[in-house]
Write a protein that binds this ligand. Structure first.
Ligand SMILES: Nc1nc2c(ncn2[C@@H]2O[C@H](COP(=O)(O)OP(=O)(O)OP(=O)(O)O)[C@@H](O)[C@H]2O)c(=O)[nH]1
Ligand SMILES: [Mg+2]
Length: 273
């Protein structure tokens, strides 16, 4: 069995930073996590990828192609479909390492996750490659400390959960950037009680007009009671550790076999021999 996280979320929500943070956290525990870049439009990320989709196909090349004539969004979808058609390339690049742990850094185009089939096909492919995989959906906490924005972020998370049918974790990212007063209100959003949040919206002119719709959305979130968020503060080891532990439990990492340990000690021993 291999273990994986599929890291998704809107543009700029902190996906690539999350991948790097997880990798470094694991390295501090002498464990190896590899990262695969699945964003064909990526320009910068601060990690050394095990596999990089840009070696197979890049959005710029697709957009410059005179026959295809794609813009950036259509180009990205084309690249993802191309990846699925070239599954042998990906399988070959990923190798076949039993018990390894791979984080897949996905593009920031929300429609890929919320209603298109591409991610589902990709997930099926990973399952065939023997991965036990979970979805990690990041939402920038700076946009969530406001009831109406929280509602739309939660709906986005819910549609991804329902569409992908994967074990799923929602994360509120970039907590280190929140002001002290926003942090105080955070608890309300981590274990959301839609009704009390909706009360907070009472003076919102939008809510006056669409009160019933807002209530129905609140009921939907409550009924599913699956939409919960874990906070991520990349400057706080405990917050990173909590997320890692929750995910490892979800994918049962380390329960069935000895986890892969990097032999830092062996290097020292060799030098002493
Ligand atoms: N302070 C702080 N900055 C962050 C954090 N996460 C991301 N950022 C910054 O936010 C910007 C976007 O972060 P990325 O990790 O590239 O986000 P992404 O979701 O991979 O973005 P796309 O791939 O373009 O969709 C960068 O400038 C990061 O440095 C965080 O936890 N704290
Ligand atoms: Mg990124």
């Amino acid at each position: 069995m291999r273990y994986g996280q599929l890291v998704m979320g809107p543009a700029g929500s902190g996906k690539s930073t999350y991948c790097r943070t997880m990798q470094r956290y694991a390295a501090d525990e002498n464990k190896v996590i590899n990262i695969v870049n699945l964003d064909p439009a990526a320009e910068f990320f601060d990690y050394e990828p095990l596999v990089d989709i840009r070696e197979l196909i890049q959005v710029d090349d697709v957009m410059e192609d005179n026959e295809l004539k794609f813009g950036p969004n259509g180009g990205l979808i084309f690249c993802m479909e191309y990846l699925i058609q070239n599954r042998d390339w990906l399988e070959d690049q990923l190798g076949d390492v039993d018990g390894d742990y791979v984080i897949f850094d996905c593009p920031g185009q929300i429609e890929l996750y919320s209603h298109m089939e591409i991610m589902k096909e990709l997930i099926e492919m990973f399952v065939k490659f023997n991965f036990r995989i979970c979805g990690v959906f990041l939402v920038d906490s700076q946009f969530m400390v406001d009831p109406s924005k929280f509602l739309s972020g939660t709906m986005a998370a819910l549609s991804v959960m329902i569409n992908l049918e994967l074990p799923h974790l929602n994360i509120l990212s970039k907590l280190d950037l929140l002001s002290k007063s926003s942090k105080k209100h955070l608890d309300k959003y981590l274990e959301p009680d839609p009704y009390s949040l909706l009360n907070d919206m009472e003076n919102d002119p939008w809510n006056e007009k669409y009160e019933k719709l807002t209530q129905a959305l609140g009921r939907l979130i409550e009924d599913y009671s699956l939409v919960r968020f874990l906070p991520l503060n990349i400057k706080d080891e405990e917050s990173i550790g909590d997320i890692k532990l929750t995910i490892d439990n979800m994918i049962q990492y380390g329960e069935e076999e000895d986890v892969k340990m990097r032999d830092f000690d062996d290097v020292d021993n060799d030098e002493n021999d």
